[in-house]
Each structure stands twice: as structure tokens, then as C-alpha cells.
Design a protein around this ligand. Structure first.
Ligand code: FAD
Ligand code: DHB
Length: 389
């Protein structure tokens, strides 16, 4: 088989890249290790920046998003048992949209099927080859049968645990990493959210986040010890702990009910540089991880895809490699700003086991300054709604 671009991974970055290339008439094949149902069931991000919404809309997958997405003009920070709203739209003129990653994935998969583009699910042993030269190939095994695809380019959209980054020769890659000493325990429940916007809480018992997927479905998170397992957290314990971390008014507004999803995610900052190795490109979580506190992971994957898709369209349309040459630098500029913002939000809002009394006072001052300063709230808001692409 031969195609122009092999896309490894059918998460949001792989599917969106495929969608844009399809519309530009650039032939592509997506290779995904898991099944379609498995990919669709993974509950992850929930907040889309305006730039993400605009791109999804421009490439034909904005219909359900416009109908079901919830536009939010602010967030609240909760500390010292009180709630402080930050009016992001008043400060920046922009808003965010709450629409689950599972829905983004579903919309993109449906568009891909409607177009008739090829996706191989449950592709085993996907391996990129010869990307240092002009004739890269990707091999994989499906139902016990070995396959090979010859291509022009390989897009590594296969997430943090994917094969693409690991295929790069040691020494060609520089990595930067911070691991945080706690995790996020998240649940989904079919109950109305505590508030109409998100609440990010820093309490003496740790961080908590009140989010949602719709007006009748809530997504809540609490900071938990890194070694906890979901079995340690029956629903009642979760609801009790969540309410203890909120101000009394918000706590009283929490509607409890049985959870239908519960998972623990570790928190990490990670960047691999550069993002290009000959004809292999790293995109999204394959290249970088941010802790979820700033809601940036999915949105960063989308801006990477914007840059790479523009570069590939330029390559095929104008016979120019300027965009491909610029991809890594362009994407990394935006990535590091999101890495910084996510690190800062995480540092300001969590309780760190090793924190000294000095660290604690600095954190309190950071929060108090933030909600007293229009400049500081504007800075938070312009990052949260998304820096320009
Ligand atoms: P992924 O979504 O990871 O997709 C990669 C795809 O590649 C997957 O389908 C995977 O199965 C496939 N793949 C992997 N290896 C191979 C292989 N060898 N061969 C073929 N296919 C392969 N962000 C937020 O903003 N808020 C959140 O609350 C949040 N929660 C998260 C919770 C978890 C547990 C994780 C892991 C991430 C979370 N994120 C969150 C981050 C956000 O979901 C990611 O940034 C986003 O999914 C990145 O998309 P991606 O397409 O680059 O990678
Ligand atoms: C959600 C996740 C986040 O990491 C965040 O900052 C906001 C919302 C969510 O899953 O709804």
C-alpha cells in the first residue's frame, strides 16, 4: 500500500489531522492500536479554547459542538472558604466551550467514515521506518497478518505512550520533565453541576475541580495521593471529600448520585524537542504532556495539528517546505507557554506534600494577589481562553 501521510494514533490529534488532510485532498491512513469503542470510551478533557472551536468548525465538525457545547464566560477560584469569579470574557473578549473530548472524537470519527478515509483499528506492532530518508514506511500487524505502507510523511499522533517518539534515535531528542507528587481522581455522574461555570478549589485538604459535560452531567476531580487506587474511593467517600474542599455555599449545591466513571490520572509536565526528525513529526501528547489544571492538553494538540496541516498543505500545494521546516519551532513556542501556565496553575492550586510554611504563605499570597489585581486576572484569563495560534 502507498499513501501520502501515515497518521499513527486516532486520538484527537490524529483524527483532526486526518480530517484536515482529507478536505485538502491529501491521502492519509490512520493506524490505531486500540478498538474504536475503546478510544470512544476514554474520558479525558472537557474545555475547548475558542481557537479549537474555530478550527473544528472550519473543518466541518462544528455542528454538534455548536448545538451541545456550553459556552462559559468565566471560572471561579475557591480558597479561604470563599468563591472568586474571574470574568474572562470581560477581561479578554473571549470565552471557552465545555464539550467533552469523547464528543470531539466521535464527531471526527463520523466525519472520517462519511468521507470514506481509511482507519485501521487494533493495529499491532505499528513501527515507523526510514524516516531519515526520502522513502519512509510504516509496518504493522492486523489479525496476525503483516502489512507495510509506503508514504511521504509520518505523523506521530500516538500519545505519551506511543511508538513514534521512541523510534527516534537516542541522542536526537532532548526531554524536559516534572512529575507532581499527587494524582487526580475524577468521576462522572448523571447529576446537575454545582455551578453553571467551573470551580477550581484550593483547600487545606487539597485541590478540587467542579466541571461538567452538560447541564445534567457533572465531572468532578479531587487531588489524591499518587498511589491511591479507585477502589480506595467509593462514591460516598468521594462526595464527602469533594464537599469538604469547597466553600459552604458551593458544597451545599453539589448534587450527589452514583458515578458511572471513575479514574485516577498522574500529573506530569513533559516536553520532547524537536518535533521533527526528517519525515517524522511528533504531534500532541506524543511530544508533550501538561498537568490538567489549565485544561490545555487537548487544545495544544489542536494547535500542533493546525501548524502541521498548514505545512503539509503548503508542501503539496506550493511545493514549499518552509512550513515543514518551521513546524517544530512554531509549535514549541506555543507549547512552552502552555507548559508554563499549566505548571503555574497546578502549583498555585494544589497542596504539595513537601511544602514548607514559607511555600504555603507564598501560595496564599499568589491567590490573594490574583483576585485583587485586574492585570493578574487578565493574564490568567488570556492563557485560559487560549493564546493565539
Ligand atoms: P491521545 O488522545 O493519547 O491519542 C493517542 C492515540 O494513539 C490513542 O488512541 C492511542 O491508543 C494511540 N496509540 C498509542 N500508541 C500507539 C501505537 N503504538 N500504535 C498505534 N496507535 C497508538 N486534558 C485536559 O485538558 N483535561 C483533562 O481532564 C485531561 N485528562 C486526561 C486524563 C488522562 C488519563 C490522560 C492520559 C490525558 C488527559 N488529558 C486531559 C490530556 C488530553 O486528553 C490529551 O492532551 C489529548 O488526548 C491529546 O490527544 P492526542 O491525540 O495527542 O493523544
Ligand atoms: C476538565 C478537565 C480539566 O483538566 C480542566 O482544567 C477543566 C475541566 C474536565 O474534564 O471537565
Amino acid at each position: 500500500t502507498r499513501t501520502q501521510v501515515v497518521i499513527i494514533g486516532s486520538g484527537p490529534s490524529g483524527l483532526l489531522l486526518g480530517q484536515i488532510l482529507d478536505r485538502a485532498g491529501i491521502d492519509n491512513i490512520v493506524l490505531e492500536r486500540k478498538s474504536k469503542d475503546y478510544v470512544l470510551a476514554r474520558v479525558r478533557a472537557g474545555v475547548l479554547e475558542q481557537g479549537t472551536v474555530d478550527l473544528l468548525t472550519a473543518v466541518g465538525v462544528g455542528e454538534r459542538l455548536a448545538q451541545d457545547g456550553l459556552v462559559h464566560h468565566g471560572i471561579s477560584l475557591c480558597f479561604d472558604s470563599s468563591l472568586h469569579r474571574i470574568d474572562m470574557t470581560a477581561l479578554t473578549g473571549k470565552a471557552v466551550t465545555v464539550y467533552g473530548q469523547t464528543e470531539v472524537t466521535r464527531d471526527l470519527m463520523e466525519a472520517r467514515e462519511a468521507y470514506g478515509a481509511k482507519t485501521v483499528y487494533e493495529a499491532d506492532q505499528v513501527t515507523p521506518h526510514d524516516f531519515a530518508g526520502d522513502r519512509p514506511r510504516v509496518t504493522y500487524v492486523k489479525d496476525g497478518v503483516a502489512h507495510e505502507i509506503a508514504c511521504d510523511f509520518i505523523a506521530g499522533c500516538d500519545g505519551y505512550h506511543g511508538v513514534s517518539r521512541d523510534s527516534v534515535p537516542a541522542g536526537a531528542l532532548t526531554t524536559y520533565e516534572r512529575i507532581y507528587p499527587f494524582g487526580w481522581l475524577g468521576i462522572l455522574a448523571e447529576v446537575p453541576p454545582a455551578d453553571h461555570e467551573l470551580i477550581y478549589a484550593n483547600s487545606p485538604r487539597g485541590f478540587a475541580l467542579c466541571s461538567m459535560r452538560s447541564t445534567h452531567r457533572s465531572r468532578y476531580y479531587v487531588q489524591c495521593p499518587i498511589d491511591d487506587r479507585v477502589e480506595d474511593w467509593p462514591d460516598q467517600r468521594f462526595w464527602d471529600e469533594l464537599r469538604l474542599r469547597l466553600d459552604p455555599v458551593s458544597a451545599a449545591r453539589v448534587t450527589t448520585g452514583p458515578s458511572f466513571e471513575k479514574s485516577i490520572a498522574p500529573l506530569r509536565s513533559f516536553v520532547a524537542e524537536p518535533l521533527r526528525f526528517g519525515r517524522l513529526f511528533l504531534v500532541g501528547d506524543a511530544a508533550h504532556i501538561v498537568p490538567p489544571t489549565g485544561a490545555k492538553g487537548l487544545n495544544l494538540a489542536v494547535s500542533d495539528v493546525r501548524y502541521l496541516s498548514e505545512a503539509l498543505i503548503e508542501h503539496y500545494g506550493e511545493q514549499s517546505d518552509a512550513g515543514l521546516d518551521a513546524y517544530s519551532g512554531r509549535a514549541l513556542g506555543r507549547i512552552w507557554k502552555a507548559v508554563r501556565f499549566s505548571w503555574w496553575m497546578t502549583t498555585m492550586l494544589h497542596r504539595f506534600p513537601q511544602a514548607t510554611s514559607f511555600d504555603q504563605r507564598i501560595q496564599e499570597a499568589d491567590l490573594a494577589y490574583l483576585v485583587s489585581s485586574k492585570a493578574a486576572m487578565t493574564s490568567l484569563s488570556e492563557n485560559y481562553v487560549g493564546l493565539p495560534h
